[in-house]
Design a protein around this ligand. Structure first.
Ligand code: PEP
Length: 250
């Protein structure tokens, strides 16, 4: 069975009430009927606004992070129940910027992934190697370790609800995308790695590529058998780029 493609925009720490509305109106005006799932991931303060704006559209809403805890004395944190108040369906977990700047470890990321699944939302689990790790041929080991941390915390069947985003750190925000073949090789490895635990789950798990995806490199990426869509940063803030990527996914 063909896996549905997903195009997820990660707005990161960008936007304003005005620019969010203009961006979404621009996307609505240009998006035609398409077969992929489109997601936008806004900063926390705008989830309410974006949730209202996309209500009558086929676009789904993601948050960029969440606490692994239910509630209580965690100043500055946001809970899963709070996200649910704003019709959030997906949560980015373990983005490399969270791993690097906020010291999120594999074990914290596994806890968050578990909490998201238990709440009924779907995690978009980001993994990927640094340039140094790629150059020292550790790419596959790093990805396996990041996946294994989650497999130690949840049953492999949960991977039917986890969206994996393979994002080589050296390709994020640099304009230097992995080639379609480089990405395919890692996606195939990730699927085979999940298959060592459960082959039928591995066939279903949706694996997105992220790292300088643009309208003009997306078609080739999406033609690869194990690439099920994209997690898009910078280009998701530009109407024509984001719509171009959505169209390339078919
Ligand atoms: C991202 O933020 O996940 C990302 C892939 O960014 P960019 O598309 O800008 O490289």
């Amino acid at each position: 069975m063909a896996r549905k493609k997903i195009i997820a925009g990660n707005w990161k720490m960008n936007g304003s009430l005005e620019s969010n509305e203009a961006l979404l109106e621009g996307i609505f005006a240009k998006i035609e009927s398409n077969n992929s799932l489109v997601i936008v991931s806004s900063p926390f303060p705008y989830l309410g606004q974006v949730s209202e704006l996309i209500k009558k559209s086929p676009i789904s809403l993601a948050a960029q992070n969440v606490s692994q805890y239910v509630s209580g004395a965690y100043t500055g944190e946001v809970s899963l129940e709070m996200l649910k108040n704003f019709s959030v369906e997906y949560v980015l977990i373990g983005h490399s910027e969270r791993r690097t700047y906020y010291n999120e470890t594999d074990s914290v990321i596994a806890e968050k992934t578990k909490a998201v699944l238990e709440s009924g939302l779907r995690p978009i689990l980001c993994i990927g190697e640094t340039l140094e790790e790629r150059q020292s041929e550790q790419t596959l080991d790093v990805c396996a370790k990041q996946i294994d941390a989650v497999l130690n915390a949840v049953d492999v069947s949960s991977f039917e609800n986890i969206v994996v985003a393979y994002e080589p750190v050296w390709a994020i925000g640099t304009g230097l995308s992995a080639t379609a073949q480089q990405a395919q090789d890692v996606h195939e490895f990730i699927r085979k790695h999940v298959a060592t635990h459960n082959a039928s789950v591995a066939e279903k798990v949706q694996i997105l590529y992220g790292g300088s995806v643009k309208a003009d490199n997306s078609k080739e990426l999406f033609s690869m058998p194990d690439i099920d869509g994209a997690l898009v940063g910078g280009a998701s803030l530009i109407v024509d780029e984001f719509v171009g990527i959505i169209k390339a996914a078919g």
